[in-house]
Design a protein. Sequence first.
Lengths: 161, 140
Amino acid sequence: MSPRAAWRLESLGFRDVYDYTVGKLDWLAAGLPTEGTNAQKPQAGGLARMDVPTCHLDERLTEVRQRAQAAGWNAAVAVNEERVVFGLLRAKELAGDGEQLISVAMRPGPSTFRPYVLAEEMAKAMLDHKLESTVVTTSDGRLVGLLLQSDVVPAAGSKSA
Amino acid sequence: MNSDALLFRPDDEVMSCCENVYEEWCPNSKLFGDAGQARRWGDQRGMSGRVMDPAEASRLGMSDWADVVQEVAMPKEIDREGLRRMVAAGAQLVEVLPAEEYAEDHLPQAISIPLRHIDAEGAKVLDKDRAVIVYCWDSA
């Protein structure tokens, strides 16, 4: 739609017209702020816990487990230096053989959600798929945080109330 | 730059002796869709020369064609970072989706002009002397 709009403006005598072709989806998926009625509603990005422990592929599970527990977590997200998500470790993975490298211990390629998804949609998806937690990333795969079912369900409920 | 726009440029000696031929090259009226068409136009007038696009003609110093380059300039794609820079520098930002979608979510500083309302009347809220960036949902 926007290419037609851009050309139409050209036809009306506008000389300097640009088309942000990837559009609103690209903006939202990058976790950037918007204005409007949805911006007032709770969304995945705002509810995700940004303090979730992270780890690298070449770390030993035992170190990561200790770090996570010390921070009061039973989950950790495996990322690279750019915070691009490679894997997720929930309680089950964290309980594995401590000598393993994270690259072996983690659940690779976890499904991720974008920050703009509304809490009500997230709550439904997480309940339907019995997900206790899920990773929220920007469209380029960078970690925003870990979204907990225990955070999103009440937030979704308060919205519909 | 619209790659479909081509022109036939007569050789210099033809140009210099045929004022009226040059005049016939009114911007916009002698742009051709393909090279064969442009060449035939030259052939029919018995002129030697070659086919080029207005940008090249403009580079060769044919100032009249600078306007044509402007005239056929197509909208330019812009990415997220470019958009942020341009809006910060004063560019106008327009969401062309239906107004209900704009009401739900829009980029900061965007105004709403749904595609169907982009006409001489609808565009009055925009300043023609400043850059305009349009967007919709995605590129699909």
